[in-house]
Design a protein around this ligand. Structure first.
Ligand code: C2O
Ligand code: CU
Length: 553
């Protein structure tokens, strides 16, 4: 195994990813950021210099479990203080499993300004993957707004509430196309310029007959997506770093925080190009189709396909999305079976609430807020322990809700909703079941899809169901034979999702909806496990809140 060193300069630049000029966060000038390519077992060292001038930052390595390095998780408020402008922070962690992972900003809603990229971990030498392909290619899917993340964050936390709305564009590998004729350009044609090369569509060139492994990832702020390549089926073989029992799809549904590898054979009429498209699903779309060109060599890469870009399945067809979720199983020969039983079950009701006039998302009626002193330091450092009550709420949040009487299909007033930064403390090495229960939002007849992401672990996906989870009967239907391990899983509208994980990674870990605005509105919780086993914390994660007293003599 090797150690791979990276030096990243993170800054704002004016770019036009969808033809519209806007500040974009780049890494060493790149957007999306550079792909980290490594081999299983390698150590990655990234020195991040914050050149954002007036903004803090922190970078999360999404899907990397950080075993033995919980302080490198990059979760501002949970595992570290923010990196202030001008500072350099070193992340150091082991990529212990082959697969496709991500990285992105984890500071406020900064992720939507573009700080994101992929981590590709190849199998260790001598190890083989259970499928073959000729070429390995990556496709990052994001949604794109013209307003800043700061304006969004302030709108969401204002009374009256200002919703972020649907994104202006969908970007494929950082490229989209906004309709510039809808912008009043006044005297500066560069505000929106459709002829700019930064917004020409992403081109994926293929050689007829060859097999491509496409690593498809989503780091959208809001949107659930469908991805398809006109005329080509895709075979799903990996998700979130785990091999999938192969199945074919025409449309791949992908939620923020998920990664998939699919195999595609360039086996169609080679005399033309094809559209690769992405469309919003689950919310009523207000964003045009995102397009890329699937270019058959030697056709000209910029030659538009002769067809109309595909618009995907109906946005509100949740049945086929649930069906895809249910189709994902661990691959024969690579199954890690879960413990047969769990030690603790936590039921989490997802609701939209009003708390003191603010619009929030809540879990069991508690809307999450981050403390100013990171939990990891607050829990680990003896010198802060007697001050704990200053740092975060010591009463643990509820582990369930009144499931028998709660009608998930209508809007409930949930009058007891509160905000809190209390956490769930898990007994080390125990097995935890989480049942996520979806419900109606504040608006009638509406329930959204929430992609839930767990830091520090992979979890087994035991089941998805429609309607209200029945704690007596539904567990009998859990898949304990070949459940997939993942780090991000959708909770479908009016449905439930059950997962199981082992609390065996000492640290403090966020579990949250990966929709940026939902997390900003409180849709998350925090787990602590084995804090006494965490090694000596680096002082580089300190410097904010009460941690200041630990580093100032
Ligand atoms: Cu990819 Cu806490 O997020
Ligand atoms: Cu959500």
């Amino acid at each position: 195994a090797e150690t791979r060193y990276y030096k990243w300069d993170v800054k704002y630049e004016l770019k036009s990813p969808d033809c519209y000029r806007k500040l974009v966060i780049t890494i060493n000038g790149m957007f999306p950021g550079p792909t980290i390519t490594a081999e299983e077992g390698d150590t990655i060292v990234v020195q991040v210099t914050n050149s954002l001038l007036t903004e803090n930052t922190a970078i999360h390595w999404h899907g990397i479990r950080q075993i033995g390095s919980p302080w490198s998780d990059g979760t501002e408020g949970v595992t570290q203080c923010p990196i202030v402008p001008g500072d350099t922070f070193e992340y150091k962690f082991v990529v212990d499993r082959a697969g496709t992972y991500l990285y992105h900003a984890h500071y406020g809603m900064q992720r939507e300004e573009g700080l994101n990229g992929m981590i590709q971990v190849k199998p260790a030498r001598g190890q083989r993957e259970p499928f073959v392909y000729d070429f390995d290619r990556s496709i990052m899917l994001t949604d794109w707004y013209h307003k800043t993340a700061l304006e969004h964050a302030i709108g969401l936390s204002s009374v009256p509430f200002v919703w972020v709305g649907e994104p202006q564009s969908l970007l494929i590998q950082g490229r989209g196309r906004y309709n510039c004729s809808s912008v009043s350009i006044a005297s500066d044609p560069d505000v929106c310029n459709a002829t700019r090369s930064d917004c020409s569509p992403f081109v994926l060139t293929v050689v007829p007959g060859k097999i491509y492994r496409l690593r498809i990832a989503s780091l959208t702020s809001l949107s659930a997506l469908n991805f398809e390549i006109e005329g080509h089926n895709m075979t799903v073989v990996e998700t979130d770093g785990h091999f999938v029992e192969p199945f074919e799809v025409k449309n791949l549904f992908i939620y923020s925080g998920e990664t998939y590898s699919v195999l595609v054979t360039a086996n169609q009429d080679p005399s033309r190009n094809y559209w690769a498209t992405t469309n919003v699903v689950s919310r009523r779309p207000g964003t045009p189709t995102g397009r890329a060109i699937f270019n058959y060599y030697p056709n000209h890469p910029e030659k538009n396909p002769p067809t109309v870009p595909t618009t995907g399945p109906m946005w509100n067809d949740s049945t086929s999305r649930v069906a895809q979720s249910l189709a994902i199983k661990a691959r024969e020969g690579f199954i890690e079976t879960p413990p047969a039983t769990s030690d603790r079950v936590i039921m989490l009701l997802n609701t939209q609430n009003r708390v003191n006039g603010f619009t929030k998302w809540a879990v069991n009626n508690v809307s999450f807020t981050l403390p100013t002193t990171p939990y990891l330091v607050a829990l680990k450092e003896n010198r802060l322990r007697n001050k704990l009550h200053h740092v975060f709420d010591q009463s643990p949040p509820p582990t369930g809700y009144d499931w028998l009487n709660y009608d998930i299909h209508v809007n409930q007033s949930n009058v007891n909703a509160t905000t809190s930064n209390g956490i769930y403390r898990l007994k080390f090495n125990t097995t935890i079941d989480i049942v996520l229960q979806n419900a109606n939002m504040i608006n009638p007849n509406n329930s959204e899809t929430h992609p839930w992401h767990l830091h520090g672990h992979d979890f087994w996906v035991l089941g998805h169901g429609v309607g209200k989870f029945d704690p007596f009967n539904d567990p009998k239907k859990y898949n304990l034979v070949n459940p997939i391990l993942k780090n991000t899983v959708p909770l479908h509208p009016y449905g439930w999702t059950a997962i199981r994980f082992q609390a065996n990674n000492p640290g403090v870990w966020l579990f949250h909806c990966h929709i940026d605005s939902h997390f900003a509105m409180g849709m998350g919780i925090v787990f602590e496990e084995g804090i006494e086993r965490v090694g000596k914390l680096p002082t580089s994660i300190m410097g904010c809140g009460l941690t200041k007293r630990l580093i100032t003599p």
